[in-house]
Design a protein around this ligand. Structure first.
Ligand SMILES: [Zn+2]
Ligand SMILES: [Zn+2]
Ligand SMILES: [Zn+2]
Ligand SMILES: [Zn+2]
Ligand SMILES: [Zn+2]
Ligand SMILES: [Zn+2]
Length: 505
């Protein structure tokens, strides 16, 4: 992976503000009608947890290579093909290439597989008395040789290159087919000898190698997507920031590890968490069940929406789907559902008690992690059903299409916030318990409460009579959830920067 030092202007222009500690968003505080502090950030400023990034098409990537190749042409007086071979040999580390080339150009050329010659670039031609060493054909055929003068018939040469490219997926390391010859096959030779689609494949492979070897670039992991994203966050910074990027195809992923967006948990912990969940998948399987029993009357309850505030049809008991505790304990002042209480006073000296306690702790976090993932799915499914109703509304009421978008944007924010919440649990699992953890959990609690309230609103049956009241409630709550999410992400971003937390790993 190491690429040496590529400076910005080598790559693409205008990537600004690499320093993530600068340029924090300005924050204004004012009172909302609900009495909550609403935090509004300036829209066009980058937020504390965001990073600069730029998606690039394959054509862009090719262009940026061409630009660097041209620079080497001008500087070293080599032709384009050789400059490309040299740059690739030095993995695009221009400074090192120039330094070594100045020291001993002959040696550099030899190592890179470049034949020094005064002759003009080779062409396909017929040679009298020629016999091809590969197919032993001595008919009057077209032949080709690079400057190393290993000559073969065009059919064999082309077949050799095509198989290197198509079968072996090789691009920048293809060498002359001559026995023990280390001359590098250049782009011009490939273009002369293979068909168009193989040549395109060759260029794609060159691009791929270029991106894979460049720490400033990463391919978008979405299937079929051919964009790469450029971002200046290196592997060493990943304990201090979560570099979420968005591709042109709208796929949102982590530049650090390539996984789907996992704000606010850092890559290292995400990796550990995923491994842990895989190892313990059987223990945790029962959690993702769609049905549970009412804690009071034991009748079966099915969950068909994202909202975790459950009401038993039979006994009307209101309880929390996650902890199965009474819902009355989930009000503003007592909400404690997100926090794991270590049982005090329990003698945890023997191994069995200890392992049970650690399992219980894991299940607390896993339960909530899995639940938000599942709830987001259910929120979306429920919305799809409601959408039909919304369409009806547009024909029967005065509401326009634009006005009917409040539910759709509410569900979008809801799912985004659940995604964030989900990863706060993976993060919290690895936090040592201290005062700063408590602050994190307070932010988590506030976001979670807001999310459950919005989820409940979005599940309300839509009746034409009170639609405008519901609309206002959903709009307000959507804004509130958005601001709570910002508070949490901003604070975590600051915490990561200042190494606020101790991890238990
Ligand atoms: Zn041949
Ligand atoms: Zn050769
Ligand atoms: Zn993409
Ligand atoms: Zn990551
Ligand atoms: Zn019941
Ligand atoms: Zn609960």
């Amino acid at each position: 992976m190491s690429m040496g030092s590529l400076s910005d202007d080598d790559m693409f222009d205008n990537m600004s503000d690499k320093d993530i500690s600068e340029n924090d968003s300005e924050v204004d505080l004012y009172d909302d009608a609900d009495g909550f502090d609403i935090i509004v950030s300036e829209k066009d400023r980058r937020k504390a947890w965001e990073v600069d990034f730029r998606p690039h098409s394959e054509a862009d990537i090719k262009k940026s290579q061409d630009k660097q190749i041209q620079e080497i042409c001008d500087l070293l007086g080599q032709n384009k093909e050789n400059s490309a071979i040299l740059l690739r040999h030095f993995r695009w580390d221009k400074d090192r290439l120039i330094e070594k080339y100045m020291e001993d150009s002959e040696r550099v050329n030899r190592q890179a597989g470049i034949i020094e010659s005064e002759e003009a670039a080779p062409h396909i031609r017929k040679v009298t008395g020629f016999m091809c060493d590969i197919c032993c054909d001595d008919e009057d055929v077209d032949t080709y040789a690079m400057l190393c003068d290993h000559r073969f018939c065009v059919g064999c040469y082309s077949q050799y290159l095509t198989s290197k490219i198509r079968t072996e997926g090789e691009s920048q390391k293809i060498q002359c087919p001559g026995d023990k010859c280390r001359a590098a096959v250049d782009e011009r030779t490939v273009r002369l000898l293979v068909d168009n689609s193989t040549y395109d494949r060759y260029i794609t492979l060159l691009n791929r190698t270029y991106v894979d070897g460049n720490i400033l670039l990463r391919w978008c992991p979405a299937p079929e997507c051919e964009y790469a994203v450029e971002c200046a966050i290196g592997p060493k910074q990943l304990d201090h920031i979560v570099p979420t990027v968005v591709c042109t195809c709208r796929n949102r992923f982590c530049f650090g590890c390539g996984l789907p967006d996992h704000q606010p948990s850092i890559c290292r912990l995400v990796k550990l968490w995923i491994k842990k969940c895989e190892d313990d998948s059987e223990t945790a399987n029962w959690i993702s069940a769609h049905t549970k029993e009412c804690p009071k009357c034991n009748s079966t309850i099915e969950k068909n929406g994202g909202c975790n505030h459950m009401t038993c049809r039979k006994c009307k008991n209101e309880f929390c789907w996650i902890c199965m505790g009474s819902w009355s304990e989930h009000g503003q002042n007592y909400y404690n559902c997100n926090r794991f209480e270590e049982k005090s006073g329990v003698d945890a000296r023997d191994a069995q008690t200890k392992s049970r306690a650690s399992l219980e702790r894991y299940l607390h976090y896993y339960n909530r992690f899995a639940n938000h993932e599942q709830s987001a799915k259910l929120d979306r499914e429920l919305y799809k059903r409601t959408e039909k109703k919304m369409l009806q509304l547009q024909t029967t009421s005065d509401l326009s299409w634009v006005e009917c978008q409040f539910l759709s944007s509410g569900v979008d924010i809801l799912c985004e916030a659940r995604q964030t919440l989900k990863w706060t649990y993976a993060f919290a699992f690895y936090l040592a318990r201290d005062n700063v953890t408590e602050l994190f959990e307070n932010n988590q609690r506030d976001l979670e409460m807001a999310v459950e309230q919005l989820s409940e609103l979005c599940e309300k049956p839509i009746e034409q009579a009170d639609i405008s009241a519901l609309k206002q409630q959903i709009l307000d709550k959507t804004a509130y959830v958005g601001s709570r999410r910002e508070v949490l992400l901003k604070d975590t971003a600051a915490g990561l920067q200042e190494e606020r937390w101790t991890y238990i790993v």
